[in-house]
Write a protein that binds this ligand. Structure first.
Ligand code: PEP
Length: 250
C-alpha cells in the first residue's frame, strides 16, 4: 500500500508568532486522528525551529528549499545539514515558484535531490506544466523532462525515498483545480515513467501527490483517483481546519 500523504506548503507566510498559533490549532485537531498516513508542514526557514519544537510529534516538518552544497560561501543560502540539525526531516525540491522565479533547472534540482537523500532525508520533488505548455499539448513532454532529468539518475533505493508532487502551474493559487480526470491522467503517466525506468514494484510504491487549489471541497474527489496518493496544499494549509479536513478526505 502506498503512503497517503498530505503536505502543507506555507510559502512566504506567517511570522514566528503566527506560525505558533497555527501549530497550536493543528495540534488540537490531530489529536482526534487523521486518515492520511503522513502529514507534513513546510514553514519558512525562520520558523522551522519553533515549529519543530512545538508541533505534535505525528506531523513531520520540512523546508521549502535547500542549497545543493554541503556548506560554503553562499550568502543567504541554507544547507541540508543546517535544515536537518533543526529536526526537520523533509525537503521540498523544485516547487514551480522556485523554477519560475529563481531559475531552478532540472539539472540543479537533480543536485538538490542528491543532497537531500545523502542526508537520509525525504525529498518531495515537484513537477508540473504551465498553461501555455498544456494548451500546446506539450504537458506530457515537459513532465517527462522534469521527472527524468531531476530524478532518473537515482538508483532504486534513492528513487524509493522520493515523493513526487504533480502541480500544474495554472492551478497553483488560482482557484482553478485540475479535474480529477486531468490529475489521474498525469499521475498515471508519471507512474508509467517510473515503471519503465525502475519496474512495476517500485512504481507502485511511490506516492504521487496532487497540488493546485486543492481544498476541503475537491480533495475527496481528487484523492479517490487510483494514482493520486494525497496532496501538496498551499493556501488551504494556512487554515488548520481546512488542512485537517483535506487530510481526512480519503
Ligand atoms: C502550492 O503552492 O504548492 C500549492 C498547491 O498552492 P495552492 O494550494 O494555494 O494552489
Amino acid at each position: 500500500m502506498r503512503k497517503k500523504i498530505v503536505a502543507g506548503n506555507w510559502k512566504m507566510n506567517l511570522t514566528v508568532n503566527e506560525a505558533e498559533s497555527l501549530v497550536k490549532e493543528l495540534n488540537q485537531k490531530v489529536k482526534e486522528g487523521v486518515k492520511a498516513d503522513q502529514l507534513i508542514v513546510f514553514p519558512s526557514f525562520t520558523n522551522i525551529v519553533s515549529v519543530v519544537n512545538s508541533i505534535d510529534y505525528s506531523i513531520n516538518v520540512g523546508a521549502q528549499n535547500c542549497h545543493e552544497s554541503k556548506s560554503g560561501a553562499y550568502t543567504g543560502e541554507v544547507s541540508v545539514d543546517m535544515i536537518q540539525s533543526t529536526g526537520a526531516t523533509v525537503i521540498l525540491v523544485g516547487h514551480s515558484e522556485r523554477r519560475a522565479y529563481f531559475g531552478e533547472t532540472n539539472e540543479l534540482l537533480a543536485k538538490k535531490v542528491d543532497a537531500v537523500l545523502a542526508a537520509d532525508m525525504q525529498a518531495v520533488y515537484c513537477c508540473g506544466e504551465t498553461l501555455p505548455e498544456r494548451e500546446a499539448n506539450n504537458h506530457f513532454r515537459v513532465i517527462e523532462s522534469q521527472i527524468s532529468e531531476g530524478l532518473f539518475h537515482l538508483d532504486e533505493s534513492g528513487i524509493s525515498e522520493v515523493v513526487i508532487a504533480y502541480e500544474p502551474v495554472w492551478a497553483i493559487g488560482t482557484g482553478v483545480t485540475a479535474s480529477s480526470d486531468q490529475a489521474q491522467e498525469v499521475h498515471a503517466f508519471i507512474r508509467s515513467l517510473i515503471e519503465k525506468k525502475y519496474g512495476n514494484e517500485i512504481a507502485e510504491q511511490i506516492s504521487i501527490l496532487y497540488g493546485g487549489s486543492c481544498n476541503p471541497k475537491n480533495a475527496e474527489e481528487l484523492f479517490r483517483q487510483k494514482d493520486v496518493d494525497g496532496g501538496l496544499i498551499g493556501g488551504a494549509a494556512l487554515k488548520a481546519n481546512d488542512f485537517i479536513q483535506i487530510a481526512n478526505s480519503y
